[in-house]
Design a protein around this ligand. Structure first.
Ligand code: TA6
Length: 280
């Protein structure tokens, strides 16, 4: 499966929760514009003089062919009520260094194993990643789940849970700021890396009309959150972003560990993920 990218998540009423560009390339020739691309082992353009320097933007995970490892379904009982149970289904996907293109393997010559788990329950969607260092050398990585949320109207949503957090504003020359708003409106191109959020505090995409949550995102070991909307000009400038006005119907709120490098020692494992609770 190309990129292990979830491209659609529909609720029981059939309403699509993820944005997928009408011109998303789905033939494996380039990363999918939409859904939940998996960003690993580097976020953004790779730095100079680093083990990831020869990798493409956002790394190789989202543009590699993963293998389907299997499906498991489990009964996790509801809160104490034996009759009501939260049926869930989990799909697991794997990627290891032996499966990489020669180019990617040469560019990042570490022995690793990834297992990406996509779990669907009646309460929401969980996607989590396990990174294993199967080699004898430590390696550094960054990881991010680049989720494109489908929304009705960008002017009618707010992003909450970011107040007082430090962020790098990539639209303003990567300058450093502190978020002052408890309820962030998106009114122009936005590309911010919020850092060191409180793990127990969900980031919420809420309705500006009734302040009700539309999506609530909780995270494990992913303490940074990127908020991105390309707005009109950048949307028009991306060949695989359509329709041009589609920026009004999407917002990327991306859980990741990207502010600093994670070092994974030889033989060690790291695990992190997100749980997205939609407005049911
Ligand atoms: O997550 C935000 C971001 O890093 C933006 O800077 C923009 O580049 C976006 O990712 C999309 O990147 P892509 O490589 O998929 O075009």
């Amino acid at each position: 499966m190309y990129g292990a990218t979830v491209t659609s998540w529909k609720l029981a009423d059939g309403k699509e929760q993820l944005f997928l560009s009408e011109k998303a390339i789905l033939d494996g020739s380039k990363p999918i514009r939409g859904g939940i691309p998996v960003v690993f082992p580097v976020f953004g353009p790779p730095p100079q003089n680093h083990a990831t320097s020869a990798l493409p933007q956002h790394g190789f995970a989202r543009s590699s062919n993963w293998e389907f490892l299997g499906k498991s379904s489990s009964e996790s009982l509801g809160k104490g009520d034996r009759k009501q149970s939260n049926e869930s289904v989990t799909l697991d996907f794997g990627l290891s260094n032996t499966m990489l293109s020669d180019e990617s393997r040469k560019a990042w010559p570490y022995e690793f194993g990834l297992v990406y788990s996509v779990m669907l329950t009646k309460d929401g969607l969980e996607t989590s990643l396990r990174v294993q260092n199967n080699g004898s050398q430590n390696f550094e990585f960054k990881v991010l789940l680049h989720t494109y949320f489908q929304i009705d109207d960008i002017s009618k949503i707010r992003v909450k849970g970011l107040e007082s957090k430090t962020y790098v504003d990539k639209v303003l020359n990567a300058s450093i700021h502190t978020e002052t708003s408890p309820s962030l409106a998106i009114t122009q191109e936005t590309d911010r890396v919020y850092q060191a959020l409180d793990a127990g505090v969900p980031v919420v995409i809420s309705s500006a009309d009734d302040d009700q949550p539309i999506f609530s995102i909780t995270r494990k070991a992913l303490d940074d959150v990127v908020v991105w909307n390309p707005w009109a000009d950048k949307a028009k400038g991306m060949a695989d972003f359509a329709p041009d006005e589609g920026f009004k119907n999407m917002i990327c709120v991306e859980a990741g560990s990207v502010a600093s490098w994670q070092t994974l020692e030889a033989g060690e494992t790291w695990e992190g993920g997100q749980f997205i609770k939609p407005r049911l």
